[in-house]
Design a protein around this ligand. Structure first.
Ligand code: DCB
Length: 518
């Protein structure tokens, strides 16, 4: 309490005392050999902030929220709001809030956090809103520069990506941005200086051709709202070109769990927030190859039910025990020719042409030529539907596809994971493949081990969902059924013939359905 008044007075002096232009104080604690010498002296010369009365600048001192906003306001020429009393910066903070530089909850105007240190992610947002409101950063390019991108809060993505894109922010020596760490006065000077220079040049880099997805920016919604899908860069987009995220459920094998792809079951799933449904038509294991007419009829009924519910729907040629898609390529070409003709005019339908190649199968020698043949058959009827292409090792080898992709538009590559089996290394593979320009769609994943059992892995699931969310990657979860296995979303015995409540969901179902709408 004793220290409060003098401390406030000091802050006033530091921020509001503008040195006469051209005056250059030699701070006792800022040496030409210090990395911050140039930004500190330049900022001081601009009169944007100054040192302490004792001749020190205290470069390692922490900058507060009020101080940061006050300096930014000075640089942006924002005048304080009138009629505010209390804290020395309250008028400026009010004006900044009204200008939309930050939201009420980030620095409540009630003042209790005015003198708290400002987290780096908030500082960057304020600076970008104030000085470089037009700047944008390509999501894939910029997020790849941050080793700790996943720890950034979603509301700061846009500003931080833009700041990286225009070169205002660089990571630390480990490539981390440290979104919640505080800024020293020296670091703040460097930020202010670069933002001021960039703003003065008046040339933020042009908007990237690839849309920038980020949660809150990506759109959801169904077919009526979004129309024909298209792939722009690595991002799935709506017909209007807005980054779109599809999230939903995969059926289990239609030969076993067809009732869970009924109109009621699909409506139930949509009610929990899904905007896509995947129809898993096994080829082997008693599926299409042994009973083509019956399986086709089930698939068509499920696709029609999904369309009726305004969902996007994936027709999945679910190879599994038949690990090499070339083995039954002729049947696949005929099947997809028929389906793409049937649904040629439906923007809802996506084609997944080989669930999970596995065993002795190569990308360039097997899967790619198979994909070329099936894509050609589909394109003869449906020139723009999105086609999903698998890869060897149960659709984990997207790096092979990235090195040698299939030619054509609106093609995406599936990546399948099981949270109890596959971790960071497989996420890194996505990051790398996207950096090479490969569009990725997670058309099947589970909260369990790769065999569908072994329990549910909540922490690993969260790491995956956060990652996919941050990258605007679409997904379908395995699987919508009541089988007594960890990956099943419904408790054993749950009927497909009525609406479901939370009480019907398995441990996995609770996790997944909870994430569908978000
Ligand atoms: C995939 C398949 C999918 C399979 C799930 C879980 O396979 F695409 O069909 O589903 O992942 O393993 C399971 C069902 C079981 C059923 C079994 C056989 O949940 O109820 O009995 O199919 O039809 C994967 C995925 C990854 C890996 C292995 C498999 N992996 N796999 O990384 O090793 O062996 O099926």
């Amino acid at each position: 309490m004793k220290l409060r008044l003098p401390a406030l007075a000091l802050v006033l002096v530091l921020l509001l005392a503008v040195l006469p232009s051209g005056a250059r104080a030699a701070f006792s604690d800022v040496k030409p050999s210090d990395w911050f010498y140039q930004p500190v002296t330049a900022m001081e010369a601009r009169g944007a902030l100054s040192g302490y009365p004792d001749g020190a600048f205290r470069p390692k001192g922490i900058i507060t929220r009020a101080e940061f906003v006050a300096v930014t306001a000075r640089m942006a020429g924002l005048s304080p709001a009138e009629g505010q009393t209390g804290h020395w910066a309250v008028g400026t903070l009010q004006a900044a809030l009204e200008a939309g530089w930050y939201d009420w909850d980030e620095i409540p105007p009630t003042g209790e956090t005015f003198n708290d240190p400002i987290p780096r992610q908030l500082a960057v947002k304020i600076l970008m809103k104030a000085l470089l409101p037009q700047a944008r950063g390509d999501y894939n390019t910029e997020s790849a520069k941050m080793a700790d991108f996943s720890s950034l809060d979603g509301r700061y993505y846009e500003a931080v990506l833009a700041a990286y894109a225009v070169g205002i922010v660089n990571g630390d020596d480990k490539g981390n941005f440290n979104p919640r760490s505080h800024l020293s006065r020296a670091e703040a000077c460097a930020l202010f200086l670069r933002a001021g220079d960039e703003s003065a040049r008046g040339q933020t880099r042009p908007v990237q051709p690839t849309p920038v997805p980020a949660p809150g920016e990506t759109v959801r919604g169904g077919v009526t709202e979004n129309g024909w899908l298209r792939v722009e860069g690595t991002q799935l987009c709506s017909e209007a070109g807005r980054p779109l995220v599809l999230r939903g459920m995969s059926s289990h094998g239609m030969q076993w769990y067809g009732p869970f792809a009924s109109p009621q079951a699909i409506r139930n799933t949509a009610a929990f927030g899904a905007n896509v449904f995947r129809v898993a038509m096994y080829t082997g294991e008693g599926g299409y190859l042994s009973q083509p007419a019956a399986m086709k009829a089930k698939v068509i009924a499920a696709v029609d039910a999904a369309i009726e519910a305004d969902l996007y729907v994936i027709i999945d040629w679910h190879i599994l025990s038949d690990g090499n898609p070339r083995t039954n390529q002729a049947q696949a070409v005929a099947f997809f020719a028929e389906m793409s003709k049937r649904y040629a005019h439906s923007p809802a339908v996506l084609y997944e042409i080989c669930n999970e190649p596995n065993g002795a199968v190569s990308w360039s020698g097997d899967v790619k030529p198979y994909a070329q043949a099936v894509v050609k058959a589909i394109r003869a009827n449906s020139p723009r539907s999105v086609i999903l292409i698998g890869s060897p090792t149960w659709s984990q080898d997207i790096h092979l596809a990235a090195a040698d992709p299939v030619a054509g538009d609106n093609l995406m590559y599936t990546l399948h994971f099981y949270a109890g089996t596959h971790g960071q290394w497989l996420r890194d593979r996505i990051t790398q493949a996207q950096a090479q320009g490969l569009p990725v769609f997670v058309s099947e994943w589970g909260t369990s081990r790769a065999d569908g059992g072994g329990g549910v892995f909540p922490a690993e699931t969260k790491a995956w969902l956060d990652y996919l969310d941050a990258r605007g990657i679409s997904w379908c979860n395995w699987s919508l059924c009541d089988k007594d296995e960890s990956s099943a979303a419904l408790k054993p015995g749950t009927p497909a013939t009525r609406a479901w409540t939370a009480a019907d969901l398995s441990e996995s179902g609770k996790l997944v359905f909870g994430a569908l709408g978000g």
